[in-house]
Design a protein around this ligand. Structure first.
Ligand code: FES
Length: 418
């Protein structure tokens, strides 16, 4: 072999080795993003940092996968990739996506018509620049209130949205998200489908803060309704700092057999006192109204500082913490008339409710809602007279002459088009 031939052989061998190394790294990254227990490593955004590269308005996403997460097949995950192929912004684990869907719904005259509805669903995976995942529970529409839009969007997802379909989605939003400080031990408390933001927080921590102590309390009726069963068990097995407590209110005979950290009953302060290590723990609570209304004030009564209690309610739930109403600076008017022109009701605002949305729902006035935190605009309502106050400017700016019921309270008597 000549010297040039030998040199060419050496260069070819080096290039081959380099190519194999790059290929291995790419493959490893791909496997991590698809089947790894914790997803790819994307740093959690700093508290207060703006989510970069978030988009304005609606963006088209294609459904790339759907799968049921519980044995009862009532909770389904939808994986979404942007049609434009550009990288996705790193949301804050705990945030939600807002969808605009066309659904067939009964109008005021009972006739079916297509109408656009806006709904928010929590992200249920760690931040990943390639895809999002939301998990949606089927909600039966109340048969005695066909004019209500409850359940229409979730049923549309379960019954009609298939792999390949394109959906219109707003950028991640919401103010319920985990503190990114890796030194803070957190307690996540989920009831039912409230597990979805907790999955995002948990997977976000597992991806980039695997040593961070995370205590998850997940309340379900029985094992058939337990979502992410295998995924949670795999995370617990891979991360000793993660403590998984499952609490069954109506356990099946096999739910508790031979299992550690499985409990019968409901999540309450007594259970937390028995099972949590001492020390400061910020609490993140998400679930149905019953859980929120019992547990959130109980945490404050237990002595957890209000600043360490973070919560998000799915569905109507008035939750008040001691001192929260006085501290938020909202004008505290009471005994003023609120007139809803569409439903023909005039009601007295007595100050019992945290927001106009809670007030309307408590009195059976049908209004739309999505995020319940001022982020999606679905509760935007025309103000025909009077003024509405907010504790702080909402993320979604309502149009002139409109208000957001979910974060607003009356600053005077009101006439609302609802
Ligand atoms: S429900 Fe989303 S802004 Fe009011």
């Amino acid at each position: 072999m000549t010297a040039p031939q030998l040199l060419a052989l050496i260069v070819a061998a080096m290039l081959l080795q380099l190519g194999a190394g790059v290929g291995w790294m790419l493959w490893r990254g791909r496997v991590g993003s698809v089947i790894g227990p914790a997803g790819p490593s994307v740093a959690l955004p700093e508290r207060g940092a703006r989510t970069e590269a978030a988009w304005q308005g609606l963006r088209a996403f294609r459904v790339t996968k759907r799968e049921y997460e519980d044995a009862a097949r009532s909770q389904c995950s939808f994986h979404l990739q942007p049609v434009d192929g550009a990288a996705l912004p790193a949301f804050r684990p705990g945030q939600f996506l807002t969808f605009t869907l066309d659904v067939a719904a009964p109008g005021p005259d009972g006739a079916m018509a297509t109408r656009s509805v806006t709904r928010c669903y929590s992200l249920s995976d760690a931040p990943d620049p390639t895809h999002y995942r939301v998990t949606i529970k089927r909600v039966p529409a109340p048969p005695d209130h066909p004019e209500y839009l409850a359940g229409l969007a979730s049923n549309q997802f379960h019954d009609r949205v298939q792999v390949g379909d394109v959906l219109q989605v707003k950028a991640p939003g919401g103010n319920f998200f985990i503190d990114p400080d890796p030194n803070v031990s957190v307690v996540l408390i989920a009831g039912g489908i409230g597990i979805t933001p907790m999955m995002s927080m948990l997977r976000g921590c597992a991806a980039v803060q695997p040593q961070r102590p995370v205590h998850l309390y997940y309340g379900v009726r029985h094992g058939r309704e337990q979502a992410f069963k295998l995924e949670l068990e795999a995370l617990a097995a891979a991360h000793p700092a993660f403590r998984l407590n499952v609490v069954y209110s109506c356990p099946d005979p096999t739910d508790l057999v031979g299992r550690e950290l499985r409990h019968a009953g409901r999540i309450d302060v007594a259970l937390l006192q028995r099972t949590l290590p001492p020390g400061r723990h910020p609490f993140y609570v998400c679930g149905p109204p019953g859980l929120m209304q019992s547990l959130v004030p109980a945490l404050a009564d237990w002595g957890v500082p209000v600043a360490d209690i973070h919560f998000e309610a799915f569905g109507p739930a008035t939750v008040r913490l001691p001192g929260a109403a006085a501290a938020d600076g909202t004008a505290q008017v009471t005994d003023v008339d609120i007139r809803f022109t569409r439903s023909g009701r005039t009601l007295v605002w007595d100050g019992q409710d945290a927001t106009l949305l809670d007030f309307a729902e408590r009195h059976g006035v049908a209004v739309e809602s999505g995020c319940r935190s001022g982020g999606c605009g679905s509760c935007e309502t025309r103000v025909l007279a009077g003024s509405v106050a907010y504790a702080s400017p909402p993320d979604h700016a309502p149009a002139a002459g409109h208000c957001l019921l979910c974060v607003g309270r009356p600053a005077s008597p009101l006439v609302l088009e609802a």
